[in-house]
Design a protein around this ligand. Structure first.
Ligand code: FCB
Length: 455
C-alpha cells in the first residue's frame, strides 16, 4: 500500500460557473449576457445548444448542495452572474439576483462547505458589450463597482474571492479566435482586452479588500507547461513565444514585473495602451493564485499561416500518434504537467498560496442501468492528485484542489456534448446521477488523500 496524505485542512472541492449550470436566464430580473447572445447566434455552439436551461441549478440548488454535503467536500467554487446583479451592467442593482446567491451561500455554510466565489466567469452583461465591452475602460470601472456590490452583500460570510477566471480565454478565444463570446476576431482588440481585464482585476482587488477586510483574494489563470514538438531551435523558440503568450503575459504583471519584454517586442505596434498606474494596480498583492490545469501545450514552429505567433498547436491526432492518451476534448493526459507547472510557479513566482481552481476531464460517459461507470476519470484524477502531492512535498504551497466539475454542464461552444462532471446530468429529465468517480472522490476526501496499491 502506498499512502499519499494531504496536509490537514486541505480544501478538496468542486467547481462550476454560473452560465454553465444555472439556466433561468430571464428569471427574477436577470439581464442578458454576451453568452446568451452568442449561444443564440446560429452556428456558434454545438447543435445550437444554449444555457437557457442548463442544469436548472437556479431552481435545483438545494439538491446540488445536498449532493456536495454527501460528497463531503469542504469547499465549492462557483461564479456570480453579473447580469443577475446588474442587469444593465451598471446602475440599478437587482436585489433578487443578490438574494439568490445569499441563500446559496447560507445553505453551503450550513452544509459545512466553504464558498469560493468567482466574480467573472465570462458572462458580461450584454449592455456593456453594446458599448464596446472589455475593449473599453468603462467596463473596467463597471467591474470594480460590481465587485463592491457583491462583496458588501456576501462578504460577511464569503472570505475567498476570485476576480477573474482565465483572462487569456476571455481575451483570445473571445476576441481573437472568436470561438467564445463575444465572438470577435481582432487581434489588436484581444490584446487590449487582456490588459483591460488585468487592470479590472487590480481594481476589483482593491474594492474587495475595502469591503471585506479579512478577504482572501486571488485570480484564476489557465496555465500550461509548453512543450516543443521537437528539439529544433525553431520549435524551441515557438514554445518560448507560446509560453509568453499564454503564461508569462499574465503571470509577470500580476507578480509585479510588468509585461514580458520579449512579448512586447513580439506584439510591436499591437501592444496594449497602458495608462499610468495600470501596472501598479495589476500588481496588487494577492493572497493566492488560482491555477486551472488541464493539459500541456505542444507547439511547433509554423510560418505557413499568417498567425500571430508563427506557430501551431499539435492536433489530437498528432498527440495520439506521439503516444499520448487524450480526453473527449482532444487534450493529452499528462499528470506530470501539473507537477511541472506547480514547481515552476514556486521557483519563478513564489505565490503565497496556490489553489488548483480547476482540473478534470471530459469522457464519453454513458448511463447504463441507472449507473455511470467512469474509470478513466478516476484514473485521471488519481494521477493528477498524485502529481499535486509530489509538488506539495517539494514545498509548493498548495492549499486546495477543485475538481472541474461538480456536474455535467454547458461546455461553452461544445454545448452539452462534453461531460466533465462527477455527477451525470440526464438533460431530458434534469435528474442528477452521481458517477462512480463521485463515490471514489468521496473516499479520497474522507481519507484526505490517496490510499491505494501501487504507482
Ligand atoms: C475552463 C473553464 C471552465 C470549463 C473547463 C473545461 O477553461 O474555466 O468553465 O469550461 O475549462
Amino acid at each position: 500500500m502506498r499512502e499519499r496524505r494531504f496536509p490537514d485542512g486541505f480544501l478538496w472541492g468542486t467547481a462550476t460557473a454560473a452560465y454553465q449550470i444555472e439556466g433561468a436566464v430571464s428569471e427574477d430580473g436577470r439581464g442578458p449576457s454576451i453568452w446568451d447572445t452568442f449561444s443564440h447566434t446560429p452556428g456558434k455552439t454545438f447543435e445550437g445548444h444554449t444555457g437557457d436551461v442548463a442544469c436548472d441549478h437556479y431552481h435545483r440548488w438545494p439538491e446540488d448542495v445536498r449532493l456536495m454535503q454527501q460528497l463531503g467536500t469542504p469547499a465549492y467554487r462557483f461564479s456570480i452572474a453579473w447580469p443577475r446583479i446588474l442587469p444593465q451592467g451598471t446602475g440599478q442593482v437587482n436585489q433578487r439576483g443578490l438574494d439568490f446567491y445569499d441563500r446559496l451561500v447560507d445553505a453551503l455554510l450550513q452544509a459545512g462547505v466553504t464558498p469560493f466565489v468567482t466574480l467573472y466567469h465570462w458572462d458580461l452583461p450584454q449592455a456593456l458589450q453594446d458599448r464596446g465591452g472589455w475593449a473599453e475602460r468603462e467596463t473596467v470601472e463597471a467591474f470594480a463597482a460590481y465587485a463592491d456590490i457583491v462583496a458588501r452583500r456576501l462578504g460577511d460570510r464569503v472570505k475567498h474571492w476570485i476576480t477573474h477566471n482565465e483572462p487569456w480565454v476571455v481575451a483570445f478565444l473571445g476576441h481573437y479566435l472568436g470561438v467564445h463570446a463575444p465572438g470577435l476576431q481582432d487581434v489588436r482588440v484581444a490584446i487590449q482586452v487582456s490588459h483591460n481585464l488585468l487592470v479590472s482585476h487590480g481594481h476589483a482587488v482593491q474594492a474587495l479588500r475595502a469591503a471585506v477586510p479579512d478577504a482572501q483574494v486571488g485570480i484564476t489563470l489557465n496555465l500550461s507547461p509548453v512543450r516543443a514538438a521537437t528539439d529544433s531551435e525553431e520549435d524551441r523558440l515557438a514554445a518560448q513565444r507560446y509560453d509568453g503568450f499564454l503564461n508569462r503575459w499574465f503571470l509577470d504583471p500580476v507578480f509585479g514585473r510588468g509585461y514580458p519584454q520579449d512579448m512586447l517586442e513580439q506584439y510591436g505596434e499591437l501592444a496594449p495602451t497602458v495608462e499610468p498606474r495600470d501596472l501598479d494596480a495589476i500588481a496588487a498583492p494577492l493572497d493566492f493564485l488560482g491555477v486551472n490545469y488541464y493539459t500541456p501545450a505542444f507547439v511547433r514552429h509554423d510560418p505557413s499561416e499568417a498567425n500571430l505567433l508563427n506557430l501551431a498547436l499539435l492536433s489530437p491526432e498528432e498527440l495520439r500518434a506521439a503516444g499520448y492518451e487524450t480526453t473527449e476534448m482532444g487534450w493529452a493526459i499528462v499528470p506530470d504537467g501539473l507537477y511541472e507547472l506547480l514547481t515552476r510557479l514556486l521557483h519563478e513566482y513564489a505565490p503565497r498560496v496556490i489553489y488548483i481552481t480547476e482540473n478534470g476531464a471530459a469522457f464519453a460517459d454513458r448511463l447504463v442501468a441507472g449507473e455511470v461507470r467512469d474509470p478513466r476519470r478516476i484514473a485521471f484524477l488519481r494521477d493528477h492528485f498524485a502529481a499535486a502531492h509530489r509538488a506539495l512535498q517539494e514545498g509548493v504551497p498548495l492549499r486546495g484542489y477543485f475538481v472541474w466539475s461538480l456536474m455535467d454542464n454547458f461546455e461553452w461552444a461544445h454545448g452539452y456534448s462534453k461531460r466533465f462532471g462527477l455527477i451525470y446530468i440526464d438533460y431530458e429529465t434534469l435528474e442528477r446521477i452521481p458517477k462512480e468517480s463521485y463515490a471514489w472522490y468521496a473516499e479520497v476526501i474522507r481519507a484526505n488523500g490517496l490510499v491505494e496499491p501501487g504507482r
